[in-house]
Design a protein. Structure first.
Length: 506
């Protein structure tokens, strides 16, 4: 696979309108989007956290025109992100498809760049009504130019009643349950060339790939789209990533990927889904939440943290770790910065900083003092009383202004939920597990790994549990069970228990 050293796969929490602005123009090979839309009967839409179902009209006051405007500005941005050889696949259904095609896609891509309308035909039970059953969605495929990536798809075929021998122009094959008539031209040694009507079942309630996300799409659907319009090493973007189907499939197929969703639940479910399928071929990825995880910041590489926080503060970090005076960076006007990656910074830090900045540039120090300007910044997680008092004293007695800056003034961070997991035996081989978790923003859901090992990391068997309680049977032996509690900011905490089931034979 071609390696791109500057790119890491990304899972981003946020409104895609904002998040898309951070993506380079002309950098994406394939965009698949499955925006929220009218659901079949009740004009409802799955919206935001908790897959919350709200009425379409609630969100889109002003009806369809408002909806089209909302989507138009996003698709317009996405268009800029596509490479000239790139394609977009927009998934929708009858509620808005006509408007989307004419008022958004034709306008942005141009009518001549319409490639196809793929019909996803599914089967599901619906109550009888005075109408034909609605059993398909559409996926509009537009490319940015005539020179687009296209890999023909083939479907397996089995010989039907007529033999495979060329008996005239038409051949009859069976594709699953359906007889097919195909001409010589569409037959290839790989199978029959796939057409634009795809019969793919809905995800069954018992399906292995089912993760419990309300609008989850089948992996096979995404496999086809990704194989059709991208190659290994290409970059796939899903700006409405939901339960993460697109990026999970992209990862398996060796594509690079970016997933965006405004719901922290969607992002964390996608994150856990990727962890679950993680193997030796998986690429690393970055999880970008609205808040950083305090523990991760505190335990990160010191130099990397210093450079990162100075950049976020708007300063210029040193190229190498600490300069001769123990300072970490400066502002553009040369005011020095020191970073302490800890809490409760004491007075000694202020004293040392003061002598360091004087030694480094006495002239600048005196000038700042004379002009009543800030002589230097100390950035830390928190400051003790001694440091705060010293700062006040310096200002009053020496007219020296040193500014203490908390990390939380620069970036938002949250603390991991505190989690405790207990196991109660309820039958010979059966246990009940209870997770108790606390976090400031509140707990959103739990994920469970019933055969946890440090070596494999957290690989959830249950991805999305609102209750914090699970019962499960185990074979004899030792088992480690791990739970992750995810809060409303998408930050998670974990706990584990070990159980042992002794030989139960009579
Ligand atoms: C129909 S679902 C996508 C389902 C996904 N294809 C899957 O297979 O799981 C639409 C998603 O769009 C997200 N969403 C809605 N508005 C958004 C916005 N402005 N920015 C980012 N995500 C948004 C919702 O949170 C929801 O998860």
């Amino acid at each position: 696979m071609p390696e791109d050293k500057d790119f890491t796969n990304k899972l981003i929490l946020g409104d895609n309108l904002e998040a898309l602005k951070g993506i380079e123009d002309n950098s994406i090979d394939l965009i698949y989007l499955d925006p929220p839309f009218f659901s079949n009967k009740t004009y409802e839409v799955i919206w935001g956290d908790e897959g919350e179902v709200r009425s379409f009209e609630d969100r889109f006051e002003g009806g369809i025109e408002h909806y089209i405007g909302w989507l138009y500005e996003r698709v317009r941005l996405m268009y800029d992100k596509l490479k000239p050889t790139g394609s977009m696949f927009l998934h929708c259904d009858w509620h808005a498809s006509a408007n989307i095609r004419v008022e958004i896609l034709d306008k942005i891509f141009g009518r001549n760049n319409f490639r196809n309308e793929i019909v996803w035909h599914y089967r599901r039970w619906t109550a009888p009504s005075n109408n034909l059953q609605k059993l398909h969605d559409m996926i509009f495929w537009y490319s940015k130019s005539d020179n687009y990536t296209f890999n023909p798809l083939f479907t397996d075929y089995t010989d039907g009643s007529v033999s495979r021998k060329k008996s005239g122009k038409l051949h009859r094959f069976k594709k699953g349950e359906e007889p097919l008539l195909v001409s010589d031209k569409t037959i290839d040694e790989k199978g029959v060339r796939e057409n634009d009507v795809w019969q793919i079942p809905f995800i069954a309630p018992s399906a292995k790939e089912r993760i419990g996300y309300p609008t989850q799409k089948p992996e096979l659907l995404l496999e086809r789209i990704i194989e059709l319009a991208s190659n290994e090493g290409d970059t796939v973007l899903d700006p409405f990533v939901g339960g993460g189907t697109t990026i999970a499939v992209a990862d398996k197929l060796g594509r690079k990927w970016i997933g965006i969703d405004q719901s922290s639940m969607a992002i964390k479910v996608s994150d856990l889904r990727l962890k679950k399928q993680h193997d030796a071929f998986s690429q690393p990825y970055e999880l970008i939440l609205r808040k950083y995880d305090y523990d991760i910041l505190r335990s990160s590489n010191a130099f990397e943290f210093e450079s990162w926080i100075i950049n976020k503060f708007g300063g210029i970090p040193n190229a190498k770790q600490r300069n001769d005076f123990g300072l970490d960076g400066r502002m553009s006007d040369n005011t020095p910065i020191q970073v302490k990656r800890s809490d409760n910074i004491g007075r000694n830090v202020v004293d040392n900083f003061l002598s360091a900045i004087r030694r480094q540039d006495e002239k600048l120090f005196e000038k700042n003092k004379k002009d009543g300007k800030i002589a230097g910044y100390i950035i830390a997680f928190s400051f003790g009383k001694g440091a705060v008092e010293e700062i006040a004293r310096l200002k009053n007695k020496n007219s020296t202004i040193i500014k203490l800056v908390k990390v939380s003034d620069i970036v938002d961070y949250g603390k991991k939920p505190e989690v405790s997991l207990s196991a109660d035996s309820i039958d010979k081989n059966e246990f009940e597990f209870t997770a108790k978790a606390k976090s400031e923003p509140g707990i959103d859901f739990y994920a469970w790994d019933f055969s946890h090992s440090e070596q494999n990391g957290f690989k959830p068997d249950v991805l999305f549990d609102k209750t914090g309680k699970q019962t499960k049977k185990f074979p004899d032996g030792e088992h480690q069970i791990a739970v992750e509690a995810v809060d409303r900011e998408g930050i998670s905490g974990t706990d584990k228990v070990k159980i042992e089931i002794k030989n139960q034979k009579k």
